[in-house]
Design a protein around this ligand. Structure first.
Ligand SMILES: NC(=O)c1ccc[n+]([C@@H]2O[C@H](COP(=O)([O-])OP(=O)(O)OC[C@H]3O[C@@H](n4cnc5c(N)ncnc54)[C@H](O)[C@@H]3O)[C@@H](O)[C@H]2O)c1
Length: 332
């Protein structure tokens, strides 16, 4: 049996190589994120299992495979994989949704609190006051007490619901928009849902936790940004293309919203002239919401577990379905 990895973010895959060798599985690892399709096919054409991180898996790549029976996406989102092409070829896509939900929720909360408490921008206040030898708090205001403010969540699945639970102790009010949340899940979480427009209009903080779908692409755009309060903050730890970054940068420059905390970008890494780099009140992190030593280790173990399940004839723990209209937390 052969396993081929198209691309990876770990420093090396020596651990995986040794695990596979112990099982008598042939293993090859590549770095093909920006490679032409022909190279991706060359590296994966005779694999039984293909493990992919960010390489686009499109119909051309799938057509080049001779014996692939399973694709494993290293991560939660699988918008880089053409599910229809895999379906046509009868290949399931296994993804790993349960290795970093705590970390991403914590990153969203960290960005939210850093925005609301102005943790990053007030360093300049400290430096300038230190140089002047007296406090100058001009430009710091307004900061509002967290308790009583409203957090709007777009998407209340694995990560969104953790943000909800972890933030409840702060005394926030919540507005939840998730049209696919089942009645049972709504009851379990003790929430009612509202439409996206209500979230945009009434929230003091909006945090995005939906998958990237045709419906959610640019869900934050010039029109929806204009609905937001001038004192409100936008947090995005989900996927870059959900936010029109040009429109967001413009809103930040004009001060029509108060700030943003952003971990994900439409193109990654974002180019040096990305509009958010020069926008005021933007706290930016390099798509590391998922990262902790524990999560980094866990996903590697879970991928090896999926290979073991495949070898034992067992189905994947999580099979990807079209990214639309699903409540994955209900019985998943
Ligand atoms: N930044 C990172 O490092 C990182 C790491 C892991 C996951 N993510 C991203 O976080 C996001 C959430 O992941 P998750 O595991 O919670 O996913 P999930 O599938 O568990 O939850 C997504 C929720 O969004 C809801 N939803 C779907 N379409 C919607 C819409 N149009 N409006 C409102 N809600 C909608 C679904 O019903 C579901 O409840 C994904 O985009 C994922 O790719 C980012």
């Amino acid at each position: 049996m052969k396993v081929a990895v198209t691309d990876y973010i770990e420093p090396n895959l020596n651990w995986e190589m040794s695990e596979m060798a112990q099982r008598g599985v042939e293993f090859s690892a590549h770095q093909l994120k920006f490679a032409p399709v022909a190279e991706v096919i060359q590296a994966t054409h005779d694999a039984d299992v293909v493990v992919v991180n960010m390489v686009p898996i499109n119909s051309e790549v799938v057509a080049g495979w001779k014996q692939c029976k399973l694709v494993i996406r290293h991560g939660v989102g699988y918008d880089n994989v053409d599910l229809q092409a895999l379906k046509n070829a009868g290949i399931p896509l296994c993804y790993i949704p349960d290795y970093c939900a705590d970390e991403v929720a914590e990153q969203a909360i960290a960005l939210l609190l850093a925005c609301g408490r102005r943790i990053v921008s007030t360093r300049k206040t400290l430096d300038e006051s230190s140089a002047a030898g007296k406090w100058n708090f001009a430009g710091v205001q307004p900061v509002f007490r967290m308790a009583g403010q409203t957090v709007g969540l777009l998407g209340c699945g694995r990560i969104g619901s953790l943000v909800l639970k972890k933030l409840q102790t702060f005394g926030f009010q919540f507005l939840i928009c998730d049209p696919y949340l089942s009645e049972r899940r709504r009851k379990d979480l003790g929430v009612e849902t509202v439409d996206a427009e209500t979230v945009f209009r009434q929230s003091d903080f909006i945090s995005i936790h939906t998958p990237l779908t045709p419906e959610t692409r640019h869900i934050v755009n010039a029109r929806t940004l204009a609905l937001m309060k001038p004192t409100a903050y936008l947090i995005n730890t989900a996927r870059g293309p959900m936010v029109d970054a040009v429109a967001l940068a413009e809103a930040l420059h004009k001060g029509t919203i108060a700030g943003a905390g952003i971990d994900v970008f439409e193109v990654e890494p974002p180019p040096p002239d990305h509009p958010l780099f020069s926008a005021p009140n933007a706290i930016l992190t390099p798509h590391l919401a998922w990262y902790s030593e524990d999560a980094g280790r866990r996903i590697r173990e879970l991928i090896v577990l999926e290979i073991d399940r495949f070898r034992a004839g067992q189905p994947p723990r999580h099979v990807a379905t079209p990214l639309l209209g699903k409540d994955v937390t209900d019985g998943a």
